[in-house]
Design a protein around this ligand. Structure first.
Ligand SMILES: CC(C)(COP(=O)(O)OP(=O)(O)OC[C@H]1O[C@@H](n2cnc3c(N)ncnc32)[C@H](O)[C@@H]1OP(=O)(O)O)[C@@H](O)C(=O)NCCC(=O)NCCSC(=O)/C=C/c1ccc(O)cc1
Length: 465
C-alpha cells in the first residue's frame, strides 16, 4: 500500500472529472450478439381455438369460439387455402412455381417472392404459429388455470419462477456462444419480464444458470409489457456508454401462463379473447457493449440514440392487473389508431433531440408487432413502402406477440435478412434498397401508452464480407 503522503498527493492531482472521463466509453453502445428461444410446444393458429376451448373446458360456448376465430381468421383466406390445396393436388409437379404465383396474387410484397411459403389462415391477425408453455400436460396438472374465478396465482408464480429464467437461459447461452467471450466477461445483466412475480427474481436465477461472475450488476424490469425489451436495450446503452469495457446482457423472457384462462360465459369483455388470439411465449437475449474488441467481437448494430414518449390521454388504453385467478388484461379497441396517430410525434421527438431530419422511407424498421392492424396503420401513417415492416410481420407470423421479447426477435430477423442479402447480393431492383439502408428505427409500445424508440445504424459486422 502507498504511504499516506503519496495517497494525499494523488488525491490532489486526479479530479472526479478525470475519473468520469476515464470511465466513459469512446464509441456508441453496439449490439454484439442476438439470440432467441421458445418453449417446445408449437401450435398453428388454425388449431388454437380447438385447443383453447378444449383445455379450458369451454366447448359449451360456441359463440365465443366463433368470436375468437373471427378475431384471427379471415374467412376469405380459408376459402383460398382450400382452393389452393386443390390446385396443388392437380399440379404437384409445378409445386414451387405455384407457390410463387399464389403469393404474387396475394401481395406485391417482395419478401413473399423470397420465401416461397404457403398461404395461411391466420391472415387477419397476421399470425400462423405460436409457441406456448401451456399445453395439455400443464392443464391436466392444473385444471384450476381454466377458471379465473378460482385462486391459482400461487401455482402460476411458482411455475413461472423456474420456467421464465430457464427460457431466458436458452436464448442467453446462445447469445454468449455467438459473442465468443466467456460468460464471466458479462459485467451487467438487465432482465425484463411481466411473467415472474417472485424475489429473488429471474435475474438472480439466470446469473446462476449461466455462471456469471458474482459481481455482475443485475437489474430486473417488470410489467413494462410490450416495451420491456426496448426499455432494457435503452438501459443497456446507458450502462455500456458510461462504463468503459462494460458488457451488458439483456434478457427478456415471457410466458403467458400468468394470463392464461378460459373465456367466461356471457362474456362481454373480449379482452380475454383478443389476448388469447395474439400472445405467444419466447425469450430474447442481446449482448451490448461499446468499443468492440477487434477480431473477437462482431459489431451488428450501433445504438445511436434512444428516447421514450408517453402518449397523452392514454393511461387506460393498455392495463394489466394481477388477480387471484391470474393476470387480467385490457387492450383498448382503438389502440392501433392511437399508436398510428402518435407515431410521427414519437419519431419527431427522437430525431429532433439529435437534430437529425430523416425521411421515414429511408430507414429500416424494427417495430414491435403488437398486432397486424398496428403494423398496417403505422406503415400507412408513415407512408412506408409495402414490405418496410417485413421483419416485424415475419416474426408476428411465426411467433405471435411475445410481449417484450418480440423486438429482439425482430432485430434478429433483420440481422438474418441482412446476412442473406450480403451473401446473395442485391437480387432485384429497387425493393431491396430499403432493406439495405444503414439507418433504422427500433420501436416498441406498451402500457402508458409508452412508445420507445432506438435509432440504430448497421455496424461493420453486417457490412461487406
Ligand atoms: C387482429 C385484430 C385483433 C383483429 O383484426 P381486424 O382486421 O381489426 O378485424 P376486425 O375489425 O374484423 O375485428 C375482428 C373482431 O375483433 C374485435 N376486436 C378487435 N380489436 C379488439 C380489442 N382490442 N378488444 C376487443 N375486441 C376487439 C372486433 O370488434 C371484431 O369483433 P366482432 O365485431 O365481434 O367481429 C386487429 O384489430 C389487431 O391487430 N389489433 C391490435 C391488437 C393490439 O391491440 N395489440 C396490442 C396488444 S397490447 C400489447 O402488445 C402489450 C400487452 C401487455 C403485455 C404484458 C403486460 O404486462 C402489459 C401489457
Amino acid at each position: 500500500m502507498a504511504p499516506a503522503h503519496h495517497q494525499a498527493a494523488a488525491a490532489t492531482t486526479v479530479t472526479t472529472q478525470d475519473i468520469r472521463r476515464a470511465q466513459r466509453a469512446d464509441g456508441p453502445a453496439t449490439v454484439l450478439a442476438i439470440a432467441t428461444a421458445n418453449p417446445e410446444t408449437r401450435r398453428s393458429q388454425d388449431e388454437y381455438a380447438d385447443f383453447y376451448f378444449r383445455v379450458t373446458k369451454s366447448e359449451h360456448l360456441p359463440q365465443l369460439k366463433e368470436k375468437l376465430e373471427r378475431i384471427y381468421v379471415d374467412k376469405f383466406y380459408i376459402n383460398t387455402v382450400e382452393l389452393y390445396a386443390m390446385y396443388n393436388f392437380i399440379l404437384e409437379s409445378h409445386y414451387k412455381l405455384l407457390y410463387l404465383f399464389w403469393d404474387s396474387l396475394q401481395s406485391s410484397n417482395f419478401e413473399n417472392f423470397l420465401q416461397i411459403r404457403k398461404p395461411h389462415q391466420g391472415k387477419k391477425s397476421g399470425i400462423e404459429n405460436r409457441y406456448t408453455y401451456v399445453n395439455d400436460e400443464v392443464m391436466k396438472a392444473h385444471p384450476e388455470f381454466s377458471d379465473r374465478k378460482l385462486p391459482s396465482l400461487d401455482a402460476r408464480v411458482e411455475i413461472a419462477s423456474n420456467a421464465v429464467p430457464e427460457l431466458a437461459a436458452a436464448a442467453a447461452s446462445m447469445a454468449i456462444a455467438e459473442w465468443g467471450r466467456p460468460a464471466t466477461d458479462i459485467t451487467h445483466l438487465i432482465f425484463s419480464t411481466y411473467s415472474d412475480l417472485k424475489a429473488p427474481s429471474s435475474d438472480r436465477r439466470l446469473a446462476s444458470l449461466l455462471g456469471l461472475r458474482h459481481t455482475v450488476c443485475r437489474t430486473i424490469l417488470s410489467l413494462h409489457g410490450c416495451y420491456g425489451g426496448c426499455r432494457a436495450l435503452q438501459l443497456a446503452k446507458e450502462l455500456a456508454e458510461n462504463n468503459r469495457g462494460a458488457r451488458v446482457l439483456v434478457a427478456c423472457s415471457e410466458i403467458s401462463l400468468i394470463a392464461f384462462y378460459g373465456p367466461e360465459e356471457g362474456c362481454t369483455d373480449t379482452d380475454t379473447l383478443v389476448a388469447h388470439a395474439l400472445f405467444g411465449d419466447g425469450s430474447g437475449a442481446v449482448i451490448v457493449g461499446a468499443d468492440p474488441v477487434d477480431a473477437v467481437e462482431r459489431p451488428l448494430f450501433e445504438m445511436a440514440f434512444a428516447s421514450q414518449t408517453t402518449v397523452p390521454d392514454s393511461e387506460g388504453a393498455i392495463t394489466v392487473q394481477h388477480k387471484k385467478g391470474g393476470m387480467e388484461y385490457h387492450i383498448a379497441r382503438g389502440l392501433p389508431e392511437m399508436l398510428a396517430g402518435n407515431i410521427k410525434r414519437c419519431l419527431a421527438d427522437a430525431f429532433g433531440a439529435i437534430g437529425v431530419a430523416a425521411r421515414w422511407k429511408d430507414l429500416f424498421w424494427a417495430v414491435h408487432p403488437g398486432g397486424r392492424r398496428i403494423l398496417d396503420l403505422i406503415e400507412e401513417a408513415l407512408g412506408l413502402d409495402n414490405g418496410a415492416m417485413a421483419a416485424s410481420r415475419q416474426v408476428l407470423r411465426e411467433y405471435g406477440n411475445m410481449s417484450g421479447s418480440t423486438v429482439i426477435f425482430v432485430l434478429n430477423e433483420l440481422r438474418r435478412r441482412r446476412q442473406v442479402l450480403r451473401e446473395y447480393g442485391n437480387m432485384s431492383g429497387s425493393t431491396v434498397i430499403f432493406v439495405l439502408n444503414d439507418w433504422g428505427a427500433l420501436m416498441a409500445f406498451g402500457p402508458g401508452i409508452t412508445a420507445e424508440t432506438i435509432l440504430l445504424r448497421v455496424a461493420s459486422g453486417l457490412k461487406g464480407n
